[in-house]
Design a protein around this ligand. Structure first.
Ligand SMILES: C[C@@]1(CC(=O)O)C2=NC(=C\c3[nH]c(c(CCC(=O)O)c3CC(=O)O)Cc3[nH]c(c(CC(=O)O)c3CCC(=O)O)/C=C3\N/C(=C\2)[C@@H](CCC(=O)O)[C@]3(C)CC(=O)O)/[C@H]1CCC(=O)O
Ligand SMILES: NC(=O)c1ccc[n+]([C@@H]2O[C@H](COP(=O)([O-])OP(=O)(O)OC[C@H]3O[C@@H](n4cnc5c(N)ncnc54)[C@H](O)[C@@H]3O)[C@@H](O)[C@H]2O)c1
Length: 197
């Protein structure tokens, strides 16, 4: 079976500088996805025009800046992540070239092969977050799976997380004893599942 070789990480976008080039449908979608997860994300959107949806959205986010102008090479400098989301394939390729030359991680929305990273579909329950990727095969399935998990995961999971967090803070002893104890307490989660089978 073909395998997904992507390695998921969780970025702290409030500590990074993100550049999005293009402020149409896809620029709006990508900025929206970042802000839903990281409301304090530091994002600069460079575009010759912006959709009204994007203009409305960013009004509530002081760390997002819309810069109305044509892309220029200097825009990638000082950035940690770049998303090329213009409707001009050649320009998107040029943005990729500039980002690679500056060693900045880049996502080219219309060309998966050029992407250093993909955005995932994100399930959220309080502190819990699950990122889904179909390896670029079907973003629609990623979206549907997100909806399935979002429904299936109980809201009480957040209580469990909070309790385990408190316990983790309170546990005394050395590191390996703590790990053993946390594993002992949570083993019931896995055992119950096995006994059902
Ligand atoms: C998960 C999600 C995250 C996000 O964007 O927030 C995301 N796409 C979402 C939705 C979506 N995107 C598209 C449709 C229309 C139906 C369809 O085409 O299938 C829908 C569905 C819809 O909107 O209903 C079209 C599309 N997408 C890409 C291309 C280019 C290509 O494949 O060549 C084209 C064709 C463009 C064209 O034909 O012009 C490429 C990518 N889209 C990815 C992510 C990355 C792979 C993720 C993975 O591994 O699964 C990757 C590779 C790069 C990237 O964008 O990072 C988000 C779900 C939001 C949610 O969870 O609600
Ligand atoms: N990855 C995905 O999820 C996904 C999904 C659908 C489509 N796409 C692809 O994304 C691309 C963008 O689609 P869209 O619907 O957002 O297009 P759009 O026409 O709505 O928006 C294009 C944006 O590019 C900007 N732009 C164009 N030339 C520019 C320049 N020289 N400098 C700065 N900005 C410039 C425009 O100002 C505008 O904001 C398309 O190629 C499409 O195939 C990707």
């Amino acid at each position: 079976m073909e395998e997904n070789q992507l390695f998921p990480v969780f970025f702290k976008l409030d500590q990074l500088q993100v550049l999005v080039v293009g402020g149409g449908n896809i620029g709006h979608e990508k900025v929206g996805a970042m802000l839903q997860n990281s409301p304090r994300a530091r994002i600069t959107v460079v575009a010759t025009w912006f959709s009204t949806e994007l203009e409305q959205l960013v009004k509530n986010y002081p760390d997002v800046e819309l810069v109305q102008k044509a892309f220029s090479c200097g825009d990638v400098f000082g950035k940690d992540l770049v998303i090329a989301a213009t409707n001009d394939r050649e320009l998107n390729h040029c943005i990729w070239e500039k980002a690679k030359a500056a060693r900045v991680l880049v996502n080219v929305a219309d060309t998966p092969e050029l992407c250093d990273f993909y955005l995932g579909s994100i399930v959220r329950k309080g502190n819990l977050k699950i990122a889904i990727s179909t390896n670029g095969k079907s973003p629609t399935i990623a979206k549907r799976l997100k909806e399935v998990f979002q429904e299936a995961l109980p809201d009480t999971l957040e209580d469990v997380l909070q309790k385990l967090h408190m316990l983790r803070e309170r546990l005394k002893g050395d590191f390996s004893e703590k790990v053993k104890e946390l594993n002992r307490i949570t083993s019931v989660l896995v055992k119950e599942k096995h006994s059902e089978q």
